[in-house]
Design a protein around this ligand. Structure first.
Ligand SMILES: NC(=O)c1ccc[n+]([C@@H]2O[C@H](COP(=O)([O-])OP(=O)(O)OC[C@H]3O[C@@H](n4cnc5c(N)ncnc54)[C@H](O)[C@@H]3O)[C@@H](O)[C@H]2O)c1
Length: 291
C-alpha cells in the first residue's frame, strides 16, 4: 500500500506538527479544520516552525521550500477524497472524533487508510464509527511533533496486518521510532505520564508546594526536562483532563480521578500555552505562575 497523499483533520498544535513532518518527508499533505481561520493559523505555525528549523541549520532552504510546496488547505472534508491516509487530530473528545469519522469515511477511496492521533480513546471504538475498521489504526505522535522521536502505534481489534505494516513504513519514513501499544485507555505513554501530572496538580491543590516549587522539584530532583505543571500547560489542560477522564472511566479505578483543580482551570478556559494562561501566565515577557 503506497501512500502519497496524507489528509490531516485538525490544525491545532498536533495536527500542524503532523502536517509539518509529513511534508518534510515528501508526502503531499492536505490540512483541514472547522474554519479557514483555524487552517490559516495552523499554516502560519508550520511556516514559522520550518523557518526556525532552517535558521538553526536543521534543514536546508530547499527542504523548507519543498515542504511548503507539498501542503494544501482543505476547506471542506470532500477535499480529502484523494488522500491515501487520513489522520484525525481534532480535539480529544470521543463524540467529536466519531462524528468526523462518520462524515469523512464515505468520502474516501475504498482502499484509503484512516488513523487517529488520539492520546487515550479506544481505537477499537473509534474504528467502529468508520466503514473500514480493518483499515483503521492509532498513530499517536508526541508533542512537539517535529522534535519528538516516538510514535505509539495502536491496533484496534479489527486492524488488518496490511494496515499495521503500512503504518510502520509510514512512521519510519517520517524518521520516527515506533513503540507498539495494546488498545487500553491511555496506551503506554499517557497511562504513565498523565497520572504523574495529575498527582502534581493534587500536590499543588493540597498546598504541598507552589507551582514553581513542584516544577523545580521534578526538574532538579527527578531530572525531568520540564516540570509536570509546565508540561501540563504545554500539552493543554483540556487534553490532560480528557485523558484523565478516559483513564478514570475506562479503568474504573479511583486512582485516576481527575484533580478538581485541573477541572477548575479547564472550566475557566485556562488551558495552558494555547490560551496563554494555565498554571503559568504567558502573556508577559516571562511565564508567571498563577498560584
Ligand atoms: N497536546 C498534546 O501534547 C498531544 C500529544 C499527542 C496527541 N494529542 C492528541 O492530538 C489531538 C489534537 O490535540 P491538540 O493538542 O492538537 O489540540 P488543539 O486544541 O491544539 O487542536 C485541536 C484542533 O481540532 C480542531 N477541531 C475540533 N473539532 C473539529 C472538527 N469537527 N473537524 C476538524 N477539526 C476540528 C480544532 O478547531 C483545533 O484546531 C487530540 O486527540 C489529542 O489528544 C495531543
Amino acid at each position: 500500500m503506497a501512500l502519497k497523499t496524507i489528509g490531516i483533520i485538525g490544525a491545532g498544535q498536533m495536527g500542524s506538527g503532523i502536517v509539518h513532518v509529513c511534508a518534510l518527508a515528501g508526502y503531499d499533505v492536505l490540512i483541514h479544520d472547522v474554519s479557514t481561520e483555524r487552517i490559516q493559523s495552523g499554516l502560519a505555525t508550520i511556516t514559522g516552525n520550518l523557518a526556525r528549523q532552517q535558521s538553526k541549520g536543521h534543514i536546508t532552504e530547499e527542504a523548507r521550500k519543498a515542504a511548503l510546496g507539498h501542503i494544501r488547505a482543505a476547506e471542506n472534508l470532500d477535499n480529502l477524497a484523494d488522500a491515501d491516509l487520513v489522520i484525525e487530530s481534532a480535539t480529544e473528545n470521543e463524540q467529536v472524533k466519531r462524528k468526523i469519522f462518520a462524515q469523512v469515511s464515505p468520502l474516501l477511496k475504498p482502499e484509503a487508510m484512516l488513523a487517529t492521533n488520539t492520546s487515550s480513546i479506544s481505537i477499537t471504538r473509534l474504528a467502529a464509527s468508520t466503514d473500514r475498521p480493518e483499515r483503521f489504526i492509532g498513530i499517536h505522535f508526541m508533542n512537539p511533533v517535529p522534535v519528538m522521536e516516538l510514535v505509539e502505534l495502536v491496533r484496534g481489534i479489527a486492524t488488518g496486518d496490511e494496515t499495521f505494516e503500512a503504518a510502520k513504513t509510514f512512521v519510519a519514513k517520517l524518521g520516527k521510532t515506533i513503540a507498539v501499544a495494546e488498545d487500553f485507555p491511555g496506551f503506554m505513554v499517557n497511562r504513565i505520564l498523565l497520572p504523574m501530572i495529575n498527582e502534581a496538580i493534587y500536590t499543588l491543590y493540597e498546598g504541598v508546594g507552589t507551582v514553581v516549587a513542584i516544577d523545580t522539584a521534578m526538574r532538579l530532583g527527578a531530572n525531568h526536562p520540564m516540570g509536570p505543571l509546565q508540561l501540563a500547560d504545554f500539552i493543554g489542560l483540556d487534553t490532560c483532563l480528557s485523558i484523565m477522564q478516559v483513564l478514570y472511566e475506562g479503568l474504573a479505578d479511583s486512582k485516576y480521578r481527575p484533580c478538581p483543580l485541573l477541572v477548575k482551570y479547564v472550566e475557566a478556559g485556562w488551558l495552558g500555552r494555547k490560551t496563554q494562561r494555565g498554571f503559568y501566565d504567558y502573556r508577559g515577557e516571562k511565564p508567571v505562575p498563577t498560584r
